[in-house]
Design a protein around this ligand. Structure first.
Ligand code: S3P
Length: 437
């Protein structure tokens, strides 16, 4: 399933952006919905499912583990859950593709199974650190073999687990979720504490599926020995996908866009706060609850942006949005400083290095530090950048092209399909000028 095709894009200067759009379903919620529905007893319907490569990989893996999943339409799944103990050993290695969330959360689920499993991923995922999940899972009693120093492929020998109290050393919802999912299978209580609270979808969804769990920002606690009851899930539109449009409309003069029903979980919306500090004009309309999550329509208009010191406490709440923020910073007046964001170096690419390199190629002065960068706003020239197969970097430089003096050619964009299939058509619908080669 790994994306092998290369695709290069050319993004050119655009006029004002206009339109009312809905971006695809949330990736984090879609992964978790498949997982919990598969482990629940009975039939769950998922609406608004992200039909991207990452989440389809997770669905395929549960099918390989013996779960029947129907696809009545692209954004729907019906999952016939097999119960906590109903998964079957797969005949082949389980391919997570490009998806760190898929692989890390699956480690937690598979650690509790009475059969062994092998998890593999694409080239990028095979370079990403897995020790952060294998260590706590080993402390719970799982045996997980990795390639040198914690890299995939992972061989998971699950079995009897015991609950632990775990303080996560990095701010990571994936680590927290892996430990909590293993905790479903563990004897006794499992507790995760976080110095910096991260997205709480696993906690909220476990509660929605009927598992007793106590949680608050920075802390979650559950015990093994319960059951998950099938539940329908409505997936909100992904804030991380909306982010590219928030930045694009903010920086292209004369723009006005409306993004419908965007998920506004507070652990995801750091970029909204950062952009507002920079002077962005983004309004929330009709806030409402959808499937247990806060959503609202976001109206964004062009505004003059100024550089800021990004408050370090916002970093975990905007961890996926830094590539987009870097583009806003590149055209803002003055310097934008980011610190406390070393995690960006172990995402789908080293996002600090790849964004810095790309922006410099477009004429922007960027100083890179071990845990951040200083970006001096200026004039984006045209040129060639390489996304290094990182979906969010490809989409960010597409946005940059809209205000650049000359075309921006972006290499290696095929992985945009991991999180945002349909991105090229949607950006063209609102007025961006994008050619795919
Ligand atoms: C995610 C958590 C974050 C984020 C990723 C999705 C999740 O990763 O970057 O895109 O769904 O739990 P980390 O846990 O590594 O910060």
């Amino acid at each position: 399933m790994t994306t092998t095709e290369r695709s290069d894009w050319i993004s050119q200067r655009a006029g004002p952006l206009h339109g009312e759009i809905t971006v695809p379903g949330d990736k984090s919620v879609s992964h978790r919905a498949i997982m919990l529905a598969a482990l629940a007893e009975g039939r769950s319907q998922i609406d608004g499912f992200l039909e991207g490569e990452d989440t389809r990989a997770t669905a395929r893996i549960f099918a390989d583990l013996g779960v029947r999943i129907e696809t009545p339409s692209a954004s729907q799944r019906i999952v016939h859950g097999v119960g906590l103990r109903g998964l079957r050993e797969a005949r082949q290695p389980l391919d997570c593709g490009n998806a760190g969330t898929g692989m890390r959360l699956l480690c937690g689920v598979l650690a509790g199974q009475a059969f062994p499993s092998i998890l593999i991923g694409d080239e990028s995922l095979s370079r990403r650190p897995m020790q952060r999940v294998t260590e706590p899972l080993a402390a719970m009693g799982a045996r997980i073999e990795t390639r040198d120093r914690g890299l995939p492929p992972l061989r998971i020998h699950g079995g009897r687990l015991r609950g632990i109290a775990y303080a996560t050393p990095v701010a990571s919802a994936q680590v927290k979720s892996a430990v909590l999912l293993a905790g479903l299978y563990a004897e006794g209580e499992t507790e995760v504490r976080e110095a910096h609270p991260t997205r709480d979808y696993t906690e909220r969804m476990l509660a929605a599926f009927g598992w007793p769990i106590a949680f608050e920002p920075g802390r979650a606690r559950l015990a093994g020995g319960h059951r998950l009851r099938a539940t329908d899930v409505v997936v909100p539109a992904d804030f991380s996908s909306a982010a590219f449009f928030l930045v694009a409309a903010s920086i292209v003069p004369g723009s006005r866009l409306l993004l419908r029903a965007v998920g506004l979980n507070p652990r995801r919306t750091g970029l909204l706060q950062a952009l507002r500090l920079m002077g962005a004009d983004i309004r929330e309309h009709a806030p409402r609850e959808q499937g247990g999550e806060l959503v609202a329509d976001l109206e964004v208009r062009h505004a003059r942006l100024r550089g800021i010191d990004v408050p370090v406490e916002l970093v975990p709440d905007m961890i996926d949005e830094f590539p987009a923020l870097f583009i806003a910073a590149a055209v803002a007046e003055g310097i934008t400083r980011v610190r406390g964001a070393a995690e960006l170096r172990v995402k789908e690419s080293d996002r600090l290095a790849v964004m810095a390199e790309g922006l410099r190629r477009l004429g922007i002065a960027v100083e890179e530090t071990p845990d951040g960068a200083a970006i001096e706003g200026g004039c984006l020239l045209g040129g060639e950048v390489d996304s290094r197969g990182d979906h969010r970097i490809a989409m960010s430089f597409t946005v940059a092209g809209a205000v650049a003096q000359a075309p921006v050619r972006i290499g290696d964009c095929a992985n945009v399909a991991t999180s945002f299939p349909g991105f090229p058509d949607l950006v063209r619908d609102v007025g961006l000028v994008l050619v795919e080669r």
